[in-house]
Design a protein around this ligand. Structure first.
Ligand code: HEC
Ligand SMILES: [Cu+2]
Length: 334
């Protein structure tokens, strides 16, 4: 091999190695399922991986055998014996794929039916998921709660999701809980998820939807049923009392500048163009991507598009002091 080619090959291998390091992010791995839906889907993935690995090994084995056995040798100028129209060979490579496809089809179709069935019964939680560029709303119609970016669910419970979009196509994907389902303008798709253990599961929009598609993140927060109930009670009985003079000042600014788009339970701010901010201080992220602390919240309010390009939240004409006040108000929403 030429030196140039060798260097090229080496670089390619290093690149492939970097590719593998991507597998480290276990929080987004379908190979680490945390509920029955993801487990069922993983088992189908594993069957196809086993089948494909088997085919790969056999095909490569035959290839290597043929390469060695029939390679041209010194002093030999006749081509090897040619095979044509062999019934036996033809049958072998028709029948084997049919068998393999059969092995794949049975569990795939069975699981498709199981997953398609809408869970019913008193113990099922219903959630309406509404996606907008570039955020997620979660509404619990039976509980009278609306929240955003963080979907709270009780463990061991089937959660029925009704998926809708207010603008373009998006896709709801929480790799550790279930495969993707698209949200399509003008229609309602459904899926269900369940988390077996408490934990936080990273979700992502998986259908390109605009400049900030890559940061259209959300979290599924699975809690023990009692803890979930405590969260529900808290969300339903919000009493908004600004904790300080600064926060009270912030509330006034909020009413003037923000309430046309944002709602807060327990107040008369009812905007719906942006995420519901009830209990905002308890969320772990700002806009689904930044850690929820004072500094990041200020950054977000000062210039949303710097964090999420083309964000539908405008940059408002607030000075530093006013941003401090609004930030103090939002941080008092517990
Ligand atoms: C024109 C409507 C509009 C106005 C006015 C508006 N926002 Fe927003 N806001 C949005 C939208 C839309 C988003 C979601 C952006 C995204 O994540 O892409 C958002 C997101 C947010 C978030 C992140 C919420 C979350 O769930 O993490 C905060 C906090 C916020 N806005 C605060 C404010 C404050 C404070 C004001 C007033 C100073 C304000 N907004 C004014 C539309 C608006
Ligand atoms: Cu998207």
């Amino acid at each position: 091999m030429r030196l140039k080619n060798r260097i090229g090959l080496l670089l390619l291998m290093i690149m492939l190695l970097f590719g593998l390091t991507g597998c480290q992010r276990a929080e987004m791995s379908v190979f680490d399922p945390a509920g029955p839906v993801a487990k069922m889907q993983l088992s189908i993935i594993m069957i196809s991986i086993y089948i494909m690995s088997g085919i790969f090994v056999v095909a490569m084995g035959i290839l290597v055998y043929v390469l060695i056995r029939y390679r041209s040798r010194r002093g030999q100028n006749q081509p090897p014996k040619q095979v044509e129209g062999s019934w036996v060979l033809e049958l072998i490579w028709i029948v084997i794929p049919i068998i393999l496809l059969g092995i794949l089809v049975v569990p795939t179709v069975t699981s498709a039916f199981v997953l398609d069935e809408k869970p019913a019964g008193p113990n099922v939680l219903n959630v309406k998921v509404k996606a907008s560029q570039f955020w997620w709303q979660f509404e619990y119609p039976d509980l009278g709660i609306v929240t955003a970016q963080e979907l709270h669910i009780p463990t061991g419970t089937k959660v029925n999701l009704q998926l809708e979009t207010t603008d373009v196509m998006h896709s709801f994907w929480v790799p550790r809980l279930a495969g993707k389902t698209d949200l399509i303008p003008g229609r309602t798709n459904t899926m269900w998820i369940q988390a077996d253990q408490p934990g936080q599961f990273q979700g992502k929009c998986a259908e390109y939807c605009g400049a900030s598609h890559g940061v259209m993140d959300f979290l599924v927060v699975a809690e023990e049923p009692q803890q979930f109930q405590a969260w529900v009670n808290k969300m339903k009985n919000q009493q908004v009392k600004p904790a300080s003079e600064l926060a009270a000042e912030g509330e006034k600014l909020f009413a003037q500048n923000c309430a046309s788009c944002h709602a807060v339970a327990g107040t008369n701010y009812k905007g719906t163009l942006g995420p519901d901010l009830t209990g905002f201080a308890e969320r772990s992220k700002v806009a689904g991507v930044l850690e929820n602390n004072e500094e990041n919240l200020r950054k977000w309010i000062a210039d949303p598009a710097a964090i999420k390009p083309d964000s539908k939240m405008p940059r408002l004409p607030l000075n530093e002091k006013q941003i401090s006040a609004v930030t103090a108000f939002l941080r008092s929403l517990k």
